[in-house]
Design a protein around this ligand. Structure first.
Ligand SMILES: [Zn+2]
Length: 504
């Protein structure tokens, strides 16, 4: 069997002002044609496709198209989407016919003029391969699954972990499903149920709490024969689109079973809605903890705070200066060693050009996210200049090379501010270590991440807080200007409190 493989992955945040160009895809992860079949460094869905095909033996011939991903951002510009579609289309034409398609998407990808860019991609694939060739899509568990995409594909397989650690496993699961469909061993019916709720990403973790319980139920359903394969999608909450909401997708050869299990899991998800609430801290509350010092009887572990409202992983630009501004107002430069990071290409270049040891006056922050704050004037000393390349040390991104572009550390008294040209995942201590800053020795460390940072930072401290800050990816959902989502929607409208569940 000849199987076309590919992927176009990006997550959109419709409240974010950042935009991705084709070059952002090329800079992050970009494989075209035969490059897809080269030994993979990334432990992603593509690696899973290759592993599953190899396990299947010579019976499977892979036809590579395009596999690319960019850091999350605001809605994708039309020209970027059209460029990517053209590249994919050329490759689909080049491979000729195929017996099946394995394709990776995020599922929450929005174009400036289309709420459902993922559906547009699958529609392109469907138009090239025809109505009878099975397509199995992998989706991020933060996908906003739509009726449009469900109509176009023969299988949907979502991640089962957050922080996401099962990219390759999801690829293998999808590939095994497609191989069985092509051989005629299964013909699954897809049933999707929307659940009218959105919940903060900080509570999406699958290792504990409501999502761990939901997954235990979904897997029990598969074991007991209530479904062939189930996926749970807690949509990432920063999407102001008309078909917004969490969802459950169940597949089974028996449509009645798929329907019943999708209903059961959707009802369970809904019943746990109040359990996803999260407590947020203000910066001055965290400062009071710093003032109080370490817990008695133990060495001072750093306090790690997340400005998840400005998380590049959630499509925010990473350029907010809110936490820096608040800390300086509270006198942090005279009292606490703080490590902070901020995307600001102009300030990073200016500090780098001034050189190590130079005194600088800069205006930093909100060069992209103008709706969420103003630049802040600072005076400090350039402590370090770098090219921004480093390797992640652990967690879900271990070993991958990061590139934050031109970067510089500016010291403002005890506060060290890492200025960078481009956003990167900020949740690995390797970022600060690459510029000579040691998070374990600091009083306060700032990350900009909803949950992925916990993998590495929980090794350093148990004093971790999510901040209540302005930004496009805030956990304070009531602070975002939703206009287009369907109503009623939890938590914005009056629903009865879910029974037996205590908010944490
Ligand atoms: Zn995700």
């Amino acid at each position: 069997m000849k199987i076309a493989i590919g992927g176009l992955i990006q997550e959109s945040n419709t409240f974010s002002e950042s935009r991705s160009e084709l070059s952002d895809f090329r800079n992050y992860y970009f494989k075209l044609g035969g490059e897809l079949l080269e030994p993979q460094q990334a432990d992603n869905e593509l690696a899973g496709f290759l592993q599953a095909a190899a396990a299947e033996g010579p019976d499977v011939e892979l036809a590579p198209t395009l596999f690319t991903q960019a850091v999350s951002s605001g809605p994708v510009p039309r020209r970027t989407l059209d460029d990517l579609k053209r590249l994919l289309s050329e490759r689909l034409d080049a491979i000729g016919g195929c017996d099946g398609v394995l394709f990776s998407l995020h599922g929450a990808w929005v174009a400036e003029d289309n709420d459902d860019a993922d559906e547009e991609i699958v529609r392109l694939i469907r138009s090239r391969v025809g109505p009878d060739v099975p397509i199995v899509a992998t989706l991020d568990s933060h996908a906003n699954v739509t009726r449009g995409i469900v109509r176009l594909v023969d299988g949907i397989v979502g991640y089962r972990t957050f922080p996401h650690t099962d990219y390759a496993e999801t690829g293998r699961r999808a590939a095994r499903l497609l191989f069985r469909i092509v051989r005629g061993e299964t013909k699954p019916h897809l049933r999707m149920k929307k659940v009218p709720m959105i919940v903060p990403a900080e509570r999406h973790e699958t290792s504990r709490g409501p999502m761990a319980e939901l997954w235990a139920e979904a897997l029990a359903g598969e074991r007991d024969g209530r479904s062939g394969l189930a996926s749970l999608f807690l949509v990432q909450p920063w999407l102001d689109v008309a078909e917004m909401g969490c969802s459950v997708v169940v597949m089974d050869d028996d449509p009645g079973k798929a329907e019943a299990e999708a209903e059961r899991l959707a009802a369970l998800m809904w019943s746990k809605r109040d359990r996803f609430r999260i407590g947020l801290r203000r910066v001055d509350e965290v400062a009071a903890l710093l003032e109080a010092g370490a817990s008695p009887g133990r060495a001072a572990a750093p306090i790690v705070v997340s400005d998840s409202a400005d998380s590049p992983g959630a499509g925010s630009p990473g350029d907010s200066n809110y936490v820096l501004r608040e800390l300086l107002r509270l006198g942090a430069d005279r009292k606490w060693s703080c490590l902070l990071s901020m995307v600001d290409p102009e300030a990073a270049m200016a500090a780098a050009a001034a050189g190590e040891g130079s005194a600088v006056k800069l205006r930093v922050g909100h060069s992209i996210s103008r709706a969420y704050g103003e630049p802040l004037a600072i005076e400090g000393t350039v402590a370090r200049v770098g090219d921004g390349k480093f390797r992640f040390g652990g967690g879900t991104v271990a070993g991958l090379e990061a590139n934050m572009g031109r970067c510089a550390v500016v010291r403002i008294g005890a506060v060290s501010l890492l200025l960078m040209e481009r956003p990167t995942f900020t949740g690995d201590p390797a970022m600060y270590r690459s510029v000579g800053l040691e998070p374990a020795d600091a009083d306060l460390v700032l990350v900009k991440s909803a949950a992925q940072f916990r993998a590495e930072y929980e090794k350093l401290t148990d004093r971790i807080y999510i901040l209540d800050t302005p930004g496009a990816s805030t956990a304070n959902l009531a602070g975002l200007p939703f206009k287009r989502i369907p109503r009623p929607m939890y938590p914005f409208d009056d629903f009865p409190t879910s029974k037996g569940d205590e908010p944490q």
